[in-house]
Write a protein that binds this ligand. Structure first.
Ligand code: ATP
Ligand code: MG
Length: 402
């Protein structure tokens, strides 16, 4: 079968395949981009697999970077783009259920495709747009089925991350997981405890932000995979709540919003600690934490100017979307209005600062000056004091006479 409508990303990358072939090796497009092209979805990261060993690949192209030589991956810089070219390989010895302790480079495409997780991820596409489909992936793709390549039990035992990957593909593509594949996922779910948290996070995050995330959560529950993910052992009720709380076709706007909804549903009191355990970045922890607090606070009242100032309009909008998706009363106009009316967006925009007040009004440094500045900031944010020197000085002088 030939791929119709070859996406421009492949066309641009074609010279890479041609150059590798001209040097006497085989080369193909592989992985998710071939799947997505067949599904006529936008593709990202074009991955190339080749029979050339890393040193051979490096000899073909003038500009390369070693990004994962031990796994056979060389980054090729051509035009203004970068392409990962990975040597055909098998992954044979898994010592601790984490990553293969050893990869063997091979010269056969079929061997390489065999080690891939699902039939719909095991296509190769050659330089004439012919689809190589060794495991009936096209049939599965047409029927919307996710099926492990080879013996499912072995595949999940080799690498339990594939369980999370499977759930997230079901959630992003709205695919059904074939019975034996799903049974094997259930059996080997306890091995998820051995998977590095960072890898699990990436897959769980993709699941939560996918269009059919509810399907992903349902599968997470029925497979009991959640029991083996960080701090989710007792989350069954919360996850069920997440399924019923939101309108059927609601899709999260971003990761921060999705994880905030998860944390609210499972009622974790300390989102930052939870996310620390998931080894997320400090910035991510902070934003999700703020969103969770904002959501809880908004349950008992409307937003004020100070909220727009302190958290920014975007976070307030994310919070309001969560409310809307649960059928709660919302006021998006108020958020726009509060933001528009703000005279300042951060402290540095105030025309006076401590130094200036000390110099021009002879105030003394110390905690009192600090509270005075806080008061000035709050009044400007509330629209009760103009952000100009005359008005602020006037306010301070009047205060002195109180
Ligand atoms: P996405 O569109 O999200 O990037 P993807 O299928 O391309 O999805 P990647 O993580 O980019 O996923 O991996 C590229 C390819 O490598 C996959 O399509 C699959 O063939 C193979 N692969 C990735 N991870 C695994 C794994 N844990 N086990 C087996 N094969 C894998
Ligand atoms: Mg990919």
């Amino acid at each position: 079968m030939r791929l119709k409508n070859v996406p421009s990303e492949f066309q641009e990358a074609l010279p890479i395949l041609e150059k590798i072939k001209a040097a006497g090796y085989e080369a193909y497009f592989v992985g998710g981009s071939v799947r997505d092209a067949l599904l006529q979805r936008p593709i990202h990261d074009v991955d190339i697999a080749s029979s050339s060993y890393p040193s051979e690949t490096k000899a073909i192209f003038p500009k390369t970077i070693d990004v994962g030589i031990e796994h056979g991956t060389v980054l090729v810089l051509e035009g203004n783009r970068e392409y990962e070219v990975t040597t055909f390989r098998t992954e044979d010895v898994y010592v601790d259920y984490r990553r293969p302790s050893q990869v063997s480079f091979v010269r056969s495409l079929e061997e390489d495709l065999k080690r891939r997780d699902f039939t719909i991820n095991a296509f190769a596409l050659d330089d004439e747009a012919r689809v190589i489909d060794k495991f009936k992936g096209l049939e599965d793709l047409n029927n919307g089925i996710l099926r492990a390549v080879g013996v499912a039990d072995e595949r999940f035992e080799e690498d339990a991350l594939r369980i999370m990957r499977g759930l997230r593909f079901a959630a992003s593509l709205d695919f059904r997981i074939e019975e034996k594949t799903f049974a094997a996922m259930k059996t080997h779910a306890p091995l998820l405890e051995k998977i590095s948290v960072e890898r699990s996070f990436i897959e769980f995050d993709k699941l939560l932000t996918a269009p059919y995330w509810k399907k992903g959560i349902e599968l997470l529950l029925t497979s009991q995979a959640y029991c083996y993910l960080p701090l989710l052992q007792d989350a069954q009720e919360g996850l069920k709540h997440l399924l019923t709380a939101y309108q059927p076709d609601f899709v999260f706007t971003n990761s921060e919003q999705a994880w905030a909804a998860l944390l609210l549903a499972i009622a974790k009191q300390k989102p930052d600690l939870f996310l620390k355990k998931w080894k997320t970045s400090n910035a991510f922890q902070k934003t999700v934490d703020q969103l969770v607090s904002l959501y809880r606070y908004r349950l008992s009242g409307s937003f004020q100017a100070m909220d727009a100032y302190r958290y920014g309009k975007d976070l307030l909008l994310l919070c309001e979307e969560l409310r809307q998706a649960q059928g709660l009363e919302v006021d998006f106009d108020l958020i726009e209005e509060l933001d528009k009316r703000l005279l300042i967006h951060n402290r540095h925009e105030i025309v006076v600062n401590g130094g200036l007040l000390i110099k021009e009004l002879n105030l003394k440094p110390g905690p009192e000056l600090g509270s005075l500045l806080n008061e000035i900031e709050a009044l400007i944010v509330a629209g009760q004091l103009a952000n100009n020197k005359a008005a602020i000085f006037d306010f301070i002088r009047k205060k002195d006479h109180e």
